[in-house]
Design a binder for this molecule. Structure first.
Ligand SMILES: [Zn+2]
Length: 268
């Protein structure tokens, strides 16, 4: 378990995980707002197509971020996040797909394919199997934690390539913390349905509201699946209560008038 490292290059401010940095054939980044071309509430590295930002600016932001990782523009593939447990697999070749189809996780063994997901409180999760040379990116908000999309992505990696827990590095990027994630009873109820009794250790009642520690639920679920605890990093950064709000969009803090951060991973 290690914290993410803050990095600056050109106008970008982004974070990387030391455990993934150790592999020279891999590039990855959890981006902040800094380094893009968008303006106003989308200033500046906005990855969100669904807002009011100019389409060409969002595209340009993808390309600039991809460039930082060394990705060719045509090799950037993105999620279409709808809090589903749909996973898109690119095995050996990039097949055609319906871009309108909801998908919250991407997996590949293709070198040079840059997997991209978005986050603004939700968890961006990266997986890398250094033996089988497979990487994945997952978007998981509380619904994604409740539908166990991260676990289903690991299942998929195991099923297709025989990936084993002992060879997989996992990184959970900046995402909402237990203090900020205040909910009604429906969230704990859905989490209880998915996970065995242990999930109650990460749910706290405060007055008539609930606080849920999604970071540790994910951590526990990954270790339970078979990942080695030392290979799972969970960032303590929270976009909602960060001391640098100018660097982060947060759904809790900004409401719907905001952009989203991007996260990218690619095997070179
Ligand atoms: Zn917080």
């Amino acid at each position: 378990m290690a914290e993410l490292l803050r990095r600056e290059k050109d106008n970008f401010i982004y974070y990387t995980a030391p455990q993934l940095d150790a592999y020279r054939q891999l590039s990855h980044a959890f981006f902040t707002r800094a380094g893009g071309v968008s303006e106003g509430v989308y200033d500046s590295l906005n990855f969100r197509f669904a807002g009011e930002d100019k389409y060409e600016n969002v595209i340009q932001n993808h390309l600039l971020a991809g460039q930082l990782l060394g990705a060719e523009p045509q090799n950037i593939v993105c999620t279409n996040q709808k809090h589903t447990d749909n996973i898109r697999v690119f095995k050996d070749t990039v097949h055609e797909f319906d871009a309108n189809e909801p998908v919250d996780a991407l997996v590949t063994n293709i070198k040079g394919l840059c997997l991209t997901a978005y986050f603004a409180d939700c968890q961006p999760i990266m997986f890398y199997d250094h033996k089988k040379q497979v990487c994945a990116i997952v978007h998981a908000g509380w619904r994604g934690v409740a539908n166990a999309i991260a676990i289903k992505t690991l299942d998929k990696m195991h099923e297709i390539w025989g990936c084993e827990g002992s060879d997989i590095i996992a990184v959970v990027g900046p995402s909402i913390c237990r203090v900020c994630f205040e909910t009604d009873e429906d969230v704990p109820a859905m989490l209880m349905e998915t996970y065995d009794g242990y999930v109650s250790e990460y749910i706290f009642k405060k007055g008539d509201k609930w606080h849920v520690d999604l970071k540790n639920i994910t951590y526990r679920a990954l270790v339970q699946w078979g990942l080695s605890p030392i290979n799972v990093s969970v960032s303590s950064l929270c976009p909602a209560c960060t001391h640098q709000p100018e660097l982060w969009w947060s759904q809790r803090r900004n409401g719907d008038e905001r952009g989203v951060q991007g996260a990218m991973i690619m095997m070179k």
